[in-house]
Design a protein around this ligand. Structure first.
Ligand SMILES: [Zn+2]
Length: 267
């Protein structure tokens, strides 16, 4: 890893790097290959979060004044999706930056007593002095699962997907629920089948806006496919040699599919 997360900001350093956001969008220098900027711009900063060290250099996320006019010949604003697939470490860093800025922006006032909150100096938290309420950055765990039946993969087309892309199933873990219980519930709700032999695959931070995707393989155990009318436009079994358009391996959905297909081809 070229990035080492850290919560304690160092003193001002001449070699600091900035990830710059305006209106929640990442600002990129059109002349540079990556979005890390030397911290030498005199843009008015409205928020700042220390992220950690990128290749040994202190790195900060900054939100600049939304009124500032950036020269469109030199600067471009865009979504984090643009970084997906190019550089995994950089995508994780930019995701951390966007999430910490959004968390600070959304916790200016205490949810318990309504007083203004301050950044805690000792740890990464927003603190309410009057009532001592502390709020830490929040991530939302989700399960994502590839259901398999021998040579076949169960893939679904979400009603909100662009085009004809089919993918794995996913859903948010509810309060009080384990990842495994969530997986069984989501699969039953979305496609109506039951599964067994869950196997953990890996995880991915997914900053849209703050999910942690926990990837699992699951084997088909029984039932006919019945799609959830609101979420799923279509779901069906595909042989690994005749897959539809699927997500790229820059997402954990794409990696689950690629891993299983490679495994079956070797048999
Ligand atoms: Zn309070």
């Amino acid at each position: 890893m070229r990035f080492k997360p850290d919560n304690r900001p160092p003193g001002r350093a001449a070699d600091s790097l900035h990830l710059v956001f305006q209106g929640g969008q990442l600002v990129r220098d059109l002349r540079a290959a990556d979005p890390l900027l030397p911290a030498r711009h005199d843009w008015p900063v409205v928020q700042e979060q220390f992220l950690g060290y990128w290749e040994g250099r202190p790195c900060f996320a900054v939100e600049i004044d939304p009124q500032l006019d950036l020269d469109p010949m030199h600067w471009q604003r865009g979504s984090l999706y643009q970084l997906l697939g190019a550089d995994e470490d950089l995508f994780a860093l930019a995701g951390r930056a966007a999430q910490l800025l959004a968390w600070e922006r959304d916790h200016q006032y205490c949810g318990r007593c309504g007083s203004p909150m301050q950044a805690d100096l000792g740890e990464r938290a927003m603190r309410c002095e009057p009532c001592r309420h502390l709020v830490y950055p929040r991530i939302s765990p989700c399960i994502i699962t590839l259901i398999t039946r021998g040579d076949e993969l169960l893939l679904a087309r979400n009603a909100s997907f662009p085009g004809e892309m089919y993918s794995t199933l996913a859903g948010f873990i509810e309060a009080g629920e384990s990842a495994e219980a969530c997986l069984h519930r989501e699969v039953a709700e979305e496609v109506g089948v039951s599964v067994c032999n869950l196997r953990y695959f890996g995880s991915q931070s997914w900053p849209f806006p703050s999910q942690l995707m926990l990837g699992f393989f699951a084997e088909y155990a029984g039932g006919e496919i019945v799609c959830d009318q609101e979420e799923i436009a279509d779901a069906r079994w595909f042989h690994h040699s005749a897959l539809p358009q699927v997500p790229p391996p820059s997402s954990i959905a794409g990696r689950l599919i690629r891993d299983y297909v490679e495994h079956r081809r070797k048999l």
